[in-house]
Each structure stands twice: as structure tokens, then as C-alpha cells.
Design a protein around this ligand. Structure first.
Ligand code: ATP
Ligand code: MG
Ligand code: MG
Ligand code: MG
Length: 593
């Protein structure tokens, strides 16, 4: 290598005009039929993403620009909060996952693959094992703690029901961070630091969100919060108190008794649920496991998947369990209070009973109130077969949705919870829907214990590291932002994450030398100020050109025409504004800063 020939300073990238003709602008008049929610429809129409398979998308150039901006904000705030970036592999050897027990315990969402030597690998859904392996090798002494490692990396989860475009994809991008501390107090401090960083991140995105207490599952304790973007199309329901700080995901146990109390049927029903009449609560009663404070439900759901990857039919099997239990404990018969004779149906049984296609079967444990599971899983469907996984215990013709006033689950829960006293005694409860965009979680020693991740304290004694994990759904943010910000014309990106901050729309770029000169000069000025602009030189009719940028959701548009320039004016229009304003050409840059 010619070391001497290398320039001392990094080469300057030459200013290059970002012209629409040299970029890829690919908009559609119609959204595909399977797009249910606004964000999915609009992202497809705006050419931001392109479907490759069920839950698997190409991030097209326009969409990728947004993703990169989201990542940049996250990265900046993570580093500000003291986290250190690294990058862990997408494909991970199974050994570490066997060590933690997750290779077996993780359900069918975990994609397991084999290499040519028949060795097991997984495609990472998160990276606790790998990061714990790094920590146990690198962090030997208390002097090296605390540490927080993060990466922004591709994840794969074989979601039972991928939908809403990249909001619930199978392949998606997540920022995941992992903290390592000396003791619980220090770990909770790291947790608080991440919580505060998340607030800054979501503030900077310009989104309306709420941090809610979430279920800590097997870990216990109260340090788990989800960051939920408020949106009616969200899959989560949030219970909050408008006059205090109380906010919880409805999954959280505290919300359960409220639902159980009012949701339970007044009396037991007949032995066989009646088509169109029986409800989840009826089935619960029939199974002899009344809903109560400590009762959580477990649902087995099987989907029949069509060739295109779409769900043709969903079958829900309901099993009610007292307390919080691991799927494997239940399977192993270790859970008390289960009606005897309950067991999980084998894949083959389910297959032969329901005629499902093989390859997409398996139990999925969800710790959710029954009603919500029913709604989420089988909205708008009826005539279900459900049961206790015992051949003679099936119930046919169950209409899960009947007592849930469709189409909105919220309405139902509103009736159940809204107006009840808040658990903190500071007011009454209200409900809204949310999209989980982030999750902070105190892990304790779950992984460090399983994987023997120790450090030496001041006295030279080995101690287990205390951990926390912190995720943000990078690609899901795009969908959530659009759910909150759109209108009949398209997307309205918050300025911080828009693919371009400004689009310059010259009318007659290749006909008029004045228009061209003015547009090029404006572009150069914006560029030199670090304002992300794009110049539309495609020669589209003004109507079509404007429609494209409104659909794509660029926050500011400048229209430059001969007519305006004669008066020294250009037209400036914010994406939310109904009309354009005439602005002196000389002032427009100042207006865009
Ligand atoms: P969900 O309840 O929506 O399935 P999760 O609780 O399983 O999400 P976490 O394990 O907490 O997800 O992962 C951290 C973040 O990753 C989530 O808060 C979410 O923003 C994002 N995420 C999880 N699953 C997906 C997915 N299938 N597609 C896109 N983003 C996802
Ligand atoms: Mg999930
Ligand atoms: Mg969740
Ligand atoms: Mg979560």
C-alpha cells in the first residue's frame, strides 16, 4: 500500500445536487388490498417500502432516509447517555442460547437454522446471550462497571401474524441496549438513565407518547416500562389516570381485576357454548377457572397460512392459568390449579383436527386478559373452535367477538375500566390505544446467573452482574409516526425524521433559465446550511408533482416559477398548511431555517 500517497485530511465530498430524477421516486395511486392501517397504505403508496414476503420488506431509498434519521437520533441520545455502540451478529450459534435456556424456551417466534455441518444457529430476535458472553469475558472488575452496550441491528421474529407493514414485521430493525452493573441499586440507576434517554428520543421524534408500566413476567419487580405512541390503531391498550402519573399497559396484572370484576358473566352458562352467544368469560367459567386477580390466560393459536403468507383462518385454544407461568412449566404439568386432564395438544393433533397446514403450528403464550387476546387475535371472526386441548373438550361455534362491541375493543374496555378508581387513589381511570415503540426492562441476574457472568468486587469476591435491556423498534417508529401524522393527501412527517426537509419544485426547470438558476441557487444555499433538500427536476405537471410530495410527506415545499420570479417571489407551503404563501425569494432561506 502506498502509505505516503494517502491524503492527510479526509477527502471532501463534493456538493452534489439531490435531484429527483437521479433518486427513486416511486408513488402509487392505490394501496395494496392487504394494507389495513393508514401507515401501511401510505408507506406502500409513497414507495417507502416494498413487500418481499410476509412480514419481510425492502426498505426503499425514500423509506431508508427516514430510517437513517431515526437511527441517528437514537444513536446520538444513547451515546449522550453513556452507552457504547458495538455490533453483534444476526446469525448466532445456538450454544449460547442453550446456555441461557432460551433455545428451548423461546417459542416458534425464534428462527432456528442449521449450517452445512448440521450445527444449530438462530437468527437473533434480541441479543442478551451474546452481549452477556461479551461482558463475562471483558468485564472482570468492579472498576469496569457500569457499562451499557448497544447496537442497531436487524432482528428476526417469526411473528404469528405479521401485519401493518413494518410495524409488525418478521424482519425488522431494533436498537437494543444492555446494561451491566455491580448491584441492583446501580442497575436501577442505569434503568433510570435509559428511561430519561428514551423520553428525549421520543420527544425529538416529535411524537405523542406515554411511558406505561409493563408486565415484568418471570423477572418480577416493577422496573419495566413500555413507550407507547398514542394511536387508535395501536395493538396495545393503555390504562391511565388523567389526574396523576398512573399509566399501565392493560396487560399488567393491576388492570386485570378491573376487567375480571365487570367482565365475568353473572352466571355460569350451559355446558356447550352456543354459536353467536358464548363469550370468553363463559368459556372460562365452564372450564372451572373463574377469572380472578391472579388468573392470567394462555392462548394457543394456530393459523392456517395461505400460499401468499396471509392468514386464512385462526383457531384459538384457550387455557386459563393461575398466576404467571412459563409455557414450559405448564407443558411439564408443574402448575398447580390446572384442572386435571388439561394438556397441550400436539402439533399433529391440531393439524389433524383442524386441517391446518404443517409448518406453522405451535403454542404461543400470551399473558393477556382473555378478552383482549380474543379481540386481538380473532377480531371480526366468529364460529370458532376453542378448547382445553383435550379432544373431548372442544367447544365449537364460539363467537369470541360477540360481547365485544365491534369494531372497537377500546369501547368495550372503556365500559369495563373507564371511570374506575385509579390504583394510586388519585383519580379515575381512562383508556387509550398505543403502539409499543420502546421497552426498558430491568433484568436482574437472569442471564448473568444462567451464563455465569461475574465480576470481582473490591474484596476480590466474584459477584453476578446485574443487567437491564432496552429496546426501540427503529422501523416500527416509521409506522407509528405516520399513524399519528397523516391526512387525506398522505404522510406528514415530523420534521426531525422526514426523508427530506424541503422539496424545491421548479415549474419549467428545463425551459426557463431563470427558474433553473434560482432553483439551483436555493438548493445550494439550503445544502450549505445543512438543510436536507431535494430538487424535483422530473418535469412532471405541477399537480402530479405536488401530489407526490404531499403523499411522501415532505414538511416544506418551495415552488419556483417564472411568474413568481418576475415579482421576486416564490411560493412556500408547509405540509399542514391549506394554502401556499408568497415569500420574497431573498427571504425564503431564512423562513426554512
Ligand atoms: P410486541 O408486544 O409489539 O410484540 P415486544 O414486546 O415483543 O413487541 P420487545 O421484545 O419489547 O417487543 O422489543 C423491543 C421493541 O422492538 C418493541 O418495543 C417494538 O418497538 C419493537 N418490535 C418488536 N417486535 C417487532 C416487530 N415484529 N416488528 C417491528 N418492531 C418490533
Ligand atoms: Mg412480540
Ligand atoms: Mg410487548
Ligand atoms: Mg416489549
Amino acid at each position: 500500500m502506498l502509505v505516503g500517497a494517502m491524503p492527510l485530511a479526509a477527502p471532501r465530498t463534493r456538493l452534489r445536487l439531490m435531484k429527483a430524477s437521479q433518486f427513486l421516486v416511486s408513488t402509487l395511486k392505490e394501496a395494496p388490498a392487504d394494507a389495513e392501517v393508514a401507515s401501511h397504505k401510505l408507506m406502500m403508496r409513497a414507495g417507502m417500502i416494498k413487500r418481499l414476503g410476509a412480514g419481510i420488506y425492502n426498505y426503499m431509498p425514500m423509506g431508508l432516509r427516514v430510517i437513517r434519521k431515526v437511527e441517528a437520533i437514537i444513536r446520538e441520545e444513547m451515546v449522550r447517555a453513556g452507552a457504547i455502540e458495538l455490533l453483534m451478529p444476526v446469525v448466532q450459534p445456538a450454544e449460547l442460547w442453550q446456555e441461557s435456556g432460551r433455545f428451548q424456551a423461546y417459542g416458534p417466534e425464534l428462527l432456528r437454522v442449521k449450517d452445512r455441518h448440521d450445527r444449530d444457529f438462530i437468527i437473533q430476535p434480541t441479543s442478551e446471550e451474546v452481549v452477556t458472553d461479551i461482558a463475562r469475558q471483558e468485564l472482570r472488575s468492579y472498576k469496569q462497571l457500569p457499562k451499557n452496550f448497544f447496537h442497531i441491528q436487524t432482528k428476526f421474529r417469526d411473528e404469528r401474524r405479521p401485519r401493518f407493514g413494518i410495524m409488525r414485521g418478521r424482519e425488522f430493525t431494533m436498537k437494543d441496549a444492555y446494561s451491566f452493573d455491580r448491584d441492583k441499586a446501580a442497575a436501577l440507576k442505569s434503568y433510570d438513565t435509559m428511561y430519561a434517554a428514551y423520553c428525549r428520543i421520543f420527544d425529538r421524534f416529535g411524537l405523542q407518547y406515554r411511558a406505561v408500566a409493563a408486565d415484568t413476567g418471570a423477572i418480577g419487580g416493577d422496573a419495566s416500562h413500555e413507550f407507547q405512541v398514542i394511536a387508535d390503531t395501536g395493538e396495545d391498550a393503555l390504562v391511565y389516570c388523567p389526574s396523576s402519573d398512573y399509566a399501565a399497559n392493560i396487560e399488567l396484572a393491576e388492570a386485570l381485576p378491573l376487567i375480571a370484576r365487570r367482565g365475568a358473566p353473572a352466571q355460569a352458562m350451559a355446558k356447550t357454548p352456543t354459536p353467536g352467544k358464548s363469550t370468553c368469560a363463559d368459556v372460562a367459567t365452564l372450564l372451572g377457572l373463574p377469572l380472578a386477580r391472579t388468573v392470567k390466560s394462555l392462548v394457543l393459536a394456530t393459523d392456517e397460512i395461505g400460499e401468499s403468507g396471509d392468514v386464512l383462518k385462526t383457531t384459538v385454544w384457550l387455557l386459563l392459568v393461575r398466576g404467571d407461568h412459563d409455557l414450559n412449566e405448564i407443558k411439564a404439568g408443574k402448575v398447580e390449579g390446572l384442572k386435571s386432564g388439561f394438556r397441550f395438544a400436539t402439533g399433529a393433533e391440531i393439524e389433524s383436527h383442524f386441517g391446518c397446514k404443517p409448518g406453522y403450528l405451535g403454542p404461543i403464550g400470551l399473558k393477556l386478559p382473555v378478552k383482549i387476546v380474543a379481540d386481538r387475535t380473532v377480531a371480526n371472526m366468529s364460529d370458532f373452535v376453542c378448547g382445553a386441548n383435550e379432544i373431548d373438550f372442544h367447544f365449537t361455534g364460539v363467537n369470541w367477538g360477540r360481547d365485544l362491541p365491534e369494531p372497537d375493543l377500546i369501547e368495550d374496555i372503556r365500559n369495563v375500566v373507564e371511570g374506575d378508581p385509579s390504583p394510586d387513589g388519585k383519580g379515575v381511570l381512562a383508556i387509550q390505544r398505543g403502539i409499543e415503540v420502546g421497552h426498558v426492562f430491568y433484568l436482574g441476574t437472569k442471564y448473568s446467573e444462567a451464563m455465569n457472568a461475574n465480576y470481582l468486587d473490591e474484596t476480590g469476591k466474584p459477584r453476578l452482574m446485574e443487567m437491564g435491556c432496552y429496546g426501540i423498534g427503529v422501523t416500527r417508529i416509521l409506522g407509528a409516526a405516520i399513524e399519528q401524522n397523516n391526512d387525506a393527501r398522505g404522510i406528514i412527517w415530523p420534521a426531525a425524521i422526514a426523508p427530506f426537509a424541503v422539496v424545491i419544485c421548479p415549474i419549467g426547470y428545463d425551459r426557463s433559465a431563470e427558474v433553473k438558476a434560482s432553483a439551483d441557487a436555493l438548493y445550494a444555499e439550503l445544502q450549505s446550511l445543512g438543510i436536507d433538500a431535494l430538487l424535483d427536476d422530473r418535469g412532471e405537471r405541477p399537480g402530479a408533482m405536488f401530489a407526490d410530495w404531499e403523499l411522501i410527506g415532505v414538511p416544506q415545499r418551495v415552488v419556483i416559477s417564472d411568474r413568481g420570479l418576475k415579482e421576486g417571489q416564490v411560493e412556500l407551503q408547509g405540509r399542514r398548511e391549506a394554502e401556499a404563501a408568497s415569500v420574497a425569494r431573498a427571504d425564503v432561506v431564512a423562513r426554512l431555517r
